[in-house]
Write a protein that binds this ligand. Sequence first.
Ligand code: NAP
Length: 462
Amino acid sequence: MNIKKDEFMTIESINPATGHSIQTYESHTDQDIEAALSRSIRAHQALKQLSFADRAKYMHRVAEILEQDVEKFAKILTQEMGKPISAAKAEVKKCADVCRYYADHTEGFLEECEITTDAKRSYISYEPLGPILAVMPWNFPFWQVFRFAAPALMAGNTCVLKHASNVPGSALAIADIFKRAGFMDGAFETLLIGSDKVEGILKDPRIKAATLTGSEKAGASVAAIAGSQIKKTVLELGGSDPFIIMPSADLEAAVKAAVTGRTMNNGQSCIAAKRFIIHSDIYEDVKARLKVAFEELKIGDPMEEDTDIGPLAMPQIRDDLDEQVQKSVSMGAVRVTGAEVMAGDGYFYRPGLLENIPEYSPAANEEFFGPVASLFKVQNLEEAIARGNKTRFGLGAAIFTQNEDETKIAVRELRAGGVFVNQIVASNPRLPFGGVGISGYGRELSDIGMKEFMNIKTVSIK
Ligand code: NAP
């Protein structure tokens, strides 16, 4: 992970489109961490006393601030991690949506649930746990945080954010939004710290649980530490989602979705379609269409409204991707187009397609966190599903088909946290989101995500 720190413990954000420094921030000290945890536990005591209506009032205000200042926030995202500005604005607006969704639905989600037993009355009541540590990644610097924080705060939990070290400006902007919206001091704390500080925070008794979105390695570490303290974790980790295209599919729609699915966010999305599994009857046609579409993508300054692809977020991300591509090619994979480092300033990588993927190559087995698609030719649905499931990941899966039997079989047989038919895999505040296998466990979003960090209290009255 490319953490830019120096001996004076500063964190620097760097514009990946130019490689130039944007700003340097002082890291928080151990005393700062201590003060933040104290504020967080105090805020939890106050927040849980507030009515849902009062919490909702603040959460609606958060949504208003996001919408009022969408241009300002989008610029921070684009400058810190390189996503096209149009996508950055869409991300900020989606955060406003998730805030409104939980502002409007939390009271209903957390209503006491009556259950008939032999007691006079039995029911379930939902209670917040307290301060929750959120370790978050840089690829959707606002969305990843808001999709956790909106339900957490509405439920009465408080949030302690350790954001990725390359997006300190985003982390501070988010904390400021919650403060401006009226949430009490401590309800949302952000700590500018390296990952070496996470263990101490997780072991602090004031932190009641943790959520991490990021890599397998970081997830395993946080889960192990939290496990040693008997604290619950939710892990949203990587993915190598299959995207199956069958002959009955609307090919134009499928190809359009395939290009978006692989290249959105400059290819740096956990739920990006990564392995394209195409029926042999349409393989050459789909490949040719994908090649044209990939070559037409506008690569360049992410601040331009019509840019499709900006730089990768850090030199390490670009170099790791290039190493995976080169290793796959050296094992026998063939470049159909692109898939190479681009010369010049910034961390740009030309979107590309690989085919003839060898079985044990990175293109078959690893997550490609950048705009390179791996194409696989299969003879039938059974083979497509077997190929789709040939991975240790299990986040999302997509299939394009007009055939109802194929849809039923694919939905049942694909091993993933979500199956999307005739559309790309996407998160939605109304639907649970999460994975199986090394993509993690637990869910975010919907009422299910909210209840991950609640004491589901059984009450039985004789
Ligand atoms: P990463 O290195 O795991 O970083 C994610 C966060 O974890 C950062 O805040 C990072 O802090 C922290 N971290 C790293 N190592 C840690 C450790 N040992 N202990 C505690 N915290 C640690 O992930 P990344 O490579 O930047 O992000 C890309 C990965 O995230 C991909 O695999 C992607 O698929 C996955 N992802 C998953 C989802 C999902 O919803 N399932 C969404 C987005 C991304 P520093 O920045 O200070 O290192």
